[in-house]
Write a protein of this length. Structure first.
Length: 197
């Protein structure tokens, strides 16, 4: 993978408490990517203040909230986007989903289309990595539950608006594992950052 890619890392944990593993994962990815010669911006959803989207009309016609305008531009400029979040009630935390709904406004996510025509994703040519932490074993989530929310995010949102390829990494039992395993996971994510994948 050639160096010098522009990478946007979205730390999607809604709690700013520094002890959360998602925050450490975001920093590890950043460190690896910078060591690999890539240009990295990190956005912490927990630090943002923005309204939630309340209507289809707002999605179609309202501007992206001012607090998210710069992030939207970073998204459009990025070659690779990394989304990190904890699994809450089987899916994204509400604040993280609200963030995506605002950043992926129609004008950001889709090319202008004629009325009645199928929309074309505007983010074609970009790749993505989704990193999810959870309390259950990762294999149980993937095979017993079918990784349903992760598959939906990848297929129905990211790939639909143009991201390809979309890869994922799942870390299970994050509250139960010891420090050594966490260090190995952080190193794994740092290596992903170095490769910008």
């Amino acid at each position: 993978m050639a160096s010098g890619r522009k990478i946007l890392v979205i730390d999607g944990h809604p709690d700013p408490d520094a002890d959360h593993f998602c925050h450490a994962l975001a920093q590890s990815y950043r460190q690896g990517a910078e060591a690999g010669g890539h240009i990295v911006d990190v956005v912490r959803v927990a630090d943002l203040d923005f309204p939630i989207l309340r209507s289809a009309k707002d999605y179609d016609t309202a501007p992206v909230p001012a607090a998210l305008e710069q992030i939207t531009q970073e998204m459009l400029a990025a070659d690779h986007v990394v989304l990190i979040y904890p699994l809450w009630l089987g899916t994204l935390p509400a604040l993280t989903k609200a963030f995506l709904e605002q950043v992926f406004h129609r004008d950001t996510a889709f090319e202008p289309a004629e009325e009645g025509k199928w929309p074309k994703g505007r983010l074609t040519g970009k790749s993505a990595r989704v990193i999810v932490t959870m309390g259950m074993p990762a294999l149980i989530y993937r095979f017993w539950y079918g990784g349903h929310s992760l598959k939906s995010l990848e297929r129905n949102i990211l790939k639909f608006i143009g991201f390809k390829p979309v890869r994922d990494t799942v870390f299970g039992m994050v509250e139960a594992v010891g420090d050594e395993k966490r260090k190995r996971w952080l190193k794994q994510v740092e290596d992903l950052g170095r490769q910008a994948v």
